[in-house]
Design a protein around this ligand. Structure first.
Ligand code: FAD
Length: 326
């Protein structure tokens, strides 16, 4: 039995695992896919500019350093195991994880659980327009564009938030001819991202909604869009379409685990406690007043969740969290 079982190996779960080991607790991270979370699954090539200590670090490299650090501290990790159930046991919990490749269930007993499933429980939002279904990842992606597929190609990015703006920058840097389509009349990303897209002079169409895709033999010929107030639809020739318009959340599985959810998130208190005793949560999946969905906050919450798990499992007589490093 592990003292702490962490569900999800993104920045939140990895930091939770590290802090468990700082406390010499046994910790196992179970991840449905690869270790690293969104850093590897959604934007592995992207430079990250807001991780303290690095003016710039490539997301995939940051994921590797986090994973290496956790390994060096003795955190155990298993991949390709999706947690499908959480059962109460006499001395804690049993986490049921399904090996995704052969649908085989593994039961992991643990004294406490940290839920750090972040964006992994999220499905990218689709355009829901004719022509969209059935296209391969080489012509349509809902993640950051693959830079290797960008050079010399006409790339249309749909979405004017941070993800869309960063996709546009990345494709532009990789040598693509980029156009951004944004449904609102302005970009909604951070100022630094808007400035960069402006400096790159990337063409954009505001107030513009995609209506359909012209497709032949599995390739996109053009994106048909309508700009508010324009008489005729816009027709943009396109080789590679990048759709970054947010994510729809599916928390059905988590609801089955018995954890209280609000909207599409798990509410937590300042100690990252959920509604279930001995079950903590951290990262993008949690909600509290003032929550930011960032790498830094995910890690910070992972630290808090791990120390709360420590208090729950070891029940130290005198130590309180506030006394750490004092
Ligand atoms: C395009 C893009 C760019 C971004 N750029 C930045 C940036 O520059 N700076 C910044 O601070 N933030 C950025 N973010 C946000 C940042 O990536 C997230 O806030 C952060 O990854 C959240 O970490 P997490 O550990 O909570 O979740 P995640 O990184 O999503 O990790 C969750 C992990 O849980 C696993 N998982 C999910 N469900 C299960 C299950 N049932 N069983 C087992 N495992 C499961 C997943 O496989 C995944 O590995 C960006 C996000 C996007 C989409």
């Amino acid at each position: 039995m592990h003292e702490v079982l962490v569900i999800g190996g993104g920045p939140a779960g990895l930091t939770a695992g590290m802090y468990c080991r700082m406390r010499k607790m046994s910790a196992l991270i179970v991840d449905a896919g690869r270790i690293g979370g969104q850093l590897v699954s959604l934007y592995g090539d992207k430079p990250v500019h807001d991780w303290p200590g690095y003016s710039q670090v490539i997301a995939g490299d940051l994921a590797r350093t986090l994973s290496d650090h956790a390994t060096a501290l003795g955190v155990e990790m298993v991949t390709n195991r999706k947690v499908v159930d959480l059962e109460r046991a006499e001395d804690g919990w049993v986490v049921v994880a399904r090996y995704v490749l052969i649908s085989e269930d593994h039961r992991h007993p643990a004294q406490s659980v940290v839920i750090a499933i972040g964006g992994g429980a999220f499905e990218p939002r689709k355009l829901k327009v004719p022509g969209e279904d059935g296209l391969g990842e080489d012509v349509l992606t809902y993640r950051m564009p693959d830079r290797a597929r960008c050079a010399g190609r006409r790339v249309v990015v749909v979405g004017g938030g941070d993800s869309g703006l960063e996709s546009a920058q990345s494709a532009h840097e990789a040598g693509a001819q980029v156009t951004v389509l944004q449904v609102l009349d302005r970009f909604t990303g951070m100022e630094t991202n808007i400035d960069l897209v402006n400096q790159m002079e990337i063409p954009r169409h505001f107030g513009t909604r995609v209506k359909s895709l012209e497709v032949a033999d599995g390739r996109i010929l053009s994106v048909i869009a309508q700009t508010k107030g324009a008489a005729d639809p816009l027709r943009l020739e396109c080789d590679y379409l990048v759709v970054n318009i947010g994510a729809a959340v599916n928390l059905d599985a988590v609801k089955r685990w018995g954890v209280a959810v609000e909207g599409n998130l798990i509410p937590v208190d300042p100690h990252m406690r959920t509604s279930l005793e001995g079950v903590f949560a951290c990262g993008d999946i949690v909600a509290y007043e003032g929550k930011y969905k960032l790498l830094l906050t995910a890690s910070s919450e992972g630290c808090v969740a791990a120390n709360s798990a420590y208090m729950h499992v070891r029940k130290p007589q005198r130590l309180t969290l506030g006394e750490l490093y004092t």
